[in-house]
Design a protein around this ligand. Structure first.
Ligand SMILES: O=C(CO)[C@H](O)[C@H](O)COP(=O)(O)O
Length: 239
């Protein structure tokens, strides 16, 4: 099957990062999203051929877990495997300091827990995700909130950090339900936020009752692989 240019870029990023970071014996956090699917394909190929041995894959979402199981890869979880060697995940936007906005696919809380359990966090993305500053192109921060009091929680967010909260809706206008049974809000931040301190804003949001987690992954990525459809890979590491 021939891939579209964007899919070629995602695959190139996933393969380059996998070749650099995946080894036999590793406990691997496997992120979520369409770019991560190419990581799963890589693991399937390498493990299936016997090149890669004794790995454990710890998924960050129901979907990723299903991909791993369908690929006959050894799946574990953070109960049995609470410490990971590496976590590889996608992102919606990455700034020059490797801060990321994630959660476009709605899996941000489990992604953050798995990322936090890993010694190294590596991001894979097509080069369109590279931004001059956080919030340049991706104009919202996904936030997971509890269903209880969800309208009040959105109002608290707006009162505290401005902008506008939009409930992520699915088919027939049902709320999108996360893997944890919660709701998802896309916080359309005010333009003034992009010039301010995202770490402070993140703390402000996290302090609101009802907020479970945000899609701001600040100061955690060690290396980011950005790729183009032509297969050129730009590897940016933390300074
Ligand atoms: O954070 C995520 C899911 O919650 C994804 O990693 C992010 O949305 C990127 O997805 P894709 O690789 O499909 O562009």
């Amino acid at each position: 099957m021939s891939l579209s240019p964007i899919e070629k870029a995602k695959r190139a990023a996933a393969h380059a990062a996998s070749e650099a970071f995946i080894r036999s014996g590793l406990r691997i956090g496997v992120g979520s999203g369409s770019t991560v699917k190419y990581l799963v394909d890589y693991l399937k190929e390498q493990y299936g051929s016997g090149e890669l041995k004794e790995i454990l894959c710890i998924p960050t979402s129901f979907m990723t877990r299903k991909w791993l199981i369908d690929s006959n890869l050894p799946v574990s979880d953070l109960e049995k495997t609470p410490e990971l060697d590496v976590c590889i995940d996608g992102a919606d936007e990455v700034d020059p300091s490797l801060n990321c906005i994630k959660g476009g696919g709605g899996c941000l809380t489990q992604e953050k827990i798995v990322q936090n359990a890993a010694k190294k966090f590596v991001v894979i993305a097509d080069s369109n995700k590279k931004a001059k500053f956080l919030g340049e192109k991706y104009k919202a921060v996904p936030i997971e909130i509890l269903p209880f009091g969800y309208v009040a929680t959105q109002r608290f967010i707006q009162q505290k950090v401005g902008g506008e909260c939009e409930m992520r809706l699915g088919p027939k206008f049902f709320p999108t339900i996360t893997d944890n049974g919660n709701y998802l809000v896309d916080w359309k931040f005010p333009e003034s936020s992009v010039a301010t301190d995202w770490a402070f804003i993140n703390q402000q949001i996290l302090s609101i009752p009802g907020v479970v987690e945000t899609g701001l992954f600040l100061n955690v990525a060690e290396t980011v692989y950005f790729a183009t459809p032509e297969g050129e890979v730009d590897i940016v590491s933390k300074k």
